[in-house]
Design a protein around this ligand. Sequence first.
Ligand code: LMR
Length: 398
Amino acid sequence: MFDQLSSLPPDPILGLMAAYRADSNPNKIDLGVGVYKDETGTTPVMKAVKAAESRLLSTQNSKAYVGPVGLDTFNDSVAELVFGKELTRKLGARRVTFQTPGGCGGLRLAAEFIQRIKPGSRILVSDPTWANHVPLLGDAGLEIETYPYYDRGCHSIRFDEMMAVLANAGPNDLVLLHGCCHNPCGADLTTEQWQAVATLADKNGFIPFIDLAYHGLGDGLDEDAYGLRLLAETVPEMIVVNSCSKNFGLYRERTGGLSIITTSEQSSRAAASQVAAIARGIYSMPPDHGASVVAEILQDDTLRQQWDNELREVRQRINALRSQLVTALKARQVAEDFSFIEREKGMFSFLGLSVAQVQTLVTDYSVYLVDSSRINVAGINNSNIDYLADAIANVVAS
Ligand code: LMR
């Protein structure tokens, strides 16, 4: 059965991790996979997470199954984190939230849910979007199409073109929107643009499907949720997937959530039963540890405050690195204007380089980044920023 198998190329993002590890250049820089790194280049366990883990260790007295939808305490507290207290109360039983194995698990679960109730539904994703959206949604059977989003030449959102395409989306379509900190381009919709999208979604009836993977890494927890909360107040039906990988630093614990908003309590109950059955058929139930940690943090005032502070530091450091990189490139008098990096949000921005230029950065300078020239800004630090700016300046000049 396995004799004729051919090997697949490495994943375009995860493959960089192995290539970086194998590189013996002491100056190597990892700007590939989207994990936060501190000034020392490590991805720390947050102090609030450590504290929650030690509490769990001493208080948890059972490892019995939890069930396909996960922990109620996680689902309730994550819903409030995503939608805010007031809106969560307002949505009431129209909203259901499920614990999922990371944001990826949530995306796939949602795609399987749509495929089950309306096979072959169309989902419009931004051009560009995160590479893994395509297998996560498409392999479930959804038909993927794109809408224009980012102009790589002007480093701005192609909003008019985006709206012109979305104007043709209707009640049988889903539209995937990045809640904040767009991956890969870092360019987010303004409040006015979100308002226009919400009005159009309500008028045309397409279902907004929000991927909220970087909540709190842009402008703040409430600011980053502005668009999705506006949509949730405006449209009758909606899907939101959130990840706790980045904002809680829980990457390997696979912790995320899927929220579905329907028009009635009865529809939500029906949706919940479908989603639980799908989860049971794929992975039975989500892993517990990360979700227990998140619930512990969000339900305890002291831990919550500590986590808020740590997340603020992460956000501020990323924003400062963006400014520092722009300054460092300006100081090298590169012809290109990189100031857009300072305007963009979250971990990622495109440098705007060709694949050949990216390859030169990798092979000649050991600077690792995705072929699209997406960089993880959090991989920069005070010790590597000059080397990085020199490398970029050399590559764009040659
Ligand atoms: C990324 O885009 O680098 C992250 O979301 C990690 C991943 O799984 O690709």
